[in-house]
Design a protein around this ligand. Structure first.
Ligand code: SF4
Length: 335
């Protein structure tokens, strides 16, 4: 699929043709231009030849949870990954990638170890949504939530990510409410500042993963450029201006960031820095060759300490261990 050619092909046609074509792909979820009877036959034939909408992909099923992971093959031969999670409360969450690879080089992340190749276009981001929306349509279901937590740092591909979000959110597009769309960042200061001024009511998460700047710099090199205190300053401003609750993600890495000392340090680090509109999400780590997950008891103790310090905390379970369901791990293993 390469939807970037769509506008060029329709440039000499009345404007409503582009609207019809986009609605057919994003909203009606057609899988071939032949299905779009509102377009003239010769135009459908041209689109079929010059702007095919089939998506080359491979799906990996997980038998331990309601999780599927897809590799999407892009028009230039690059690959990205997308994870779909079906929750018991009927939420259908899609975790999308924003870049091919990632320049952030987080030590615990397989994508980080691959390095950065390129940004995804807005359409390549949407392709991931279209793929799973088509699959779900056949089951009379819909995607309810989108999270930008796949490969890449979304705030380093700001314009394309926001353009994709506008289409995901629009009535002519996927019609998914902004409050059901989340961006997770490793802490890109300028991106958070720009998001503060965005009128869209999307959610923001900071991937923190450490209780002090020294440890964070060791496992997330971006912290050397944007240390915790500088990021907390812009985050506090974001919260003040938007009045939206920020999620602080904390991936539990065995014996790296998960001791009782770390829990106390994290509680003090967060105390009073971000006001009341935040919560910590403890994330079970899918084991890699680089790091081990925390023991269940360590996570329990960690959580209790945060609660003792009145830090709002939740725990997210890892999805799809057997399909390498953590950020970047599938394409890492395939390559
Ligand atoms: S964790 Fe996210 S930001 Fe860090 S290297 Fe992986 S994809 Fe990039």
């Amino acid at each position: 699929m390469n939807l970037s050619t769509l506008e060029k092909i329709l440039v000499h046609h009345p404007a409503y043709r582009l609207k019809q074509a986009r609605e057919a792909v994003f909203n009606q979820l057609v899988e071939s231009w032949d299905e779009v009877s509102s377009l003239p036959l010769d135009l459908r034939t041209k689109l079929e030849q010059e702007c095919p909408i089939n998506i080359k992909h491979k799906i990996f099923e997980s038998d331990e949870s309601n999780t599927q992971k897809a590799i999407v093959y892009l028009h230039d031969g690059e690959q990205i990954e997308t994870v779909f999670m079906q929750h018991k409360d009927k939420r259908n969450t899609l975790c999308v990638s924003s870049q091919v690879g990632c320049a952030m080089a987080c030590e615990f992340c397989a994508t980080g170890h691959q390095g950065f190749t390129r940004n995804l276009s807005e359409f390549e981001i949407l392709e991931q949504v279209i793929l799973f929306a088509r699959i779900l349509k056949k089951q009379n279901q819909k995607i309810t939530n989108i999270v930008f937590m796949g490969m890449g740092e979304p705030l380093l591909n700001y314009d394309n990510v926001l353009e994709a979000i506008r289409i995901i959110n629009s009535k002519e597009g996927f019609n998914i409410g902004a409050r059901h769309i989340s961006i997770s960042t490793s802490g890109i200061r300028e991106g958070i500042v720009r998001l503060t001024r965005e009128p869209l009511q999307i959610n923001l998460a900071l991937s923190l993963n450490a209780s002090n700047s020294k440890l964070r710099s060791e496992i997330m090199p971006i912290n050397r450029q944007y240390p915790i205190d500088k990021i907390f300053l812009v985050l506090a401003e974001y919260i003040k201006v938007t009045r939206r609750r920020v999620m602080i993600e904390y991936v539990m890495l065995g014996r790296v960031n998960d001791t009782e000392k770390h829990a106390r340090e994290l509680s003090l680090l967060l105390d009073n820095k971000l006001g009341k509109l935040f919560f910590v999400n403890l994330i079970n780590f899918n084991p890699t060759k680089y790091f081990k997950p925390s023991a269940k008891e360590s996570i329990e103790k960690f959580k209790k300490i945060l609660e003792k310090y009145h830090i709002p905390v939740t725990q997210r379970f890892a999805f799809g261990h057997n399909i390498h369901g953590a950020c970047g791990q599938l394409t890492g293993s395939v390559k």
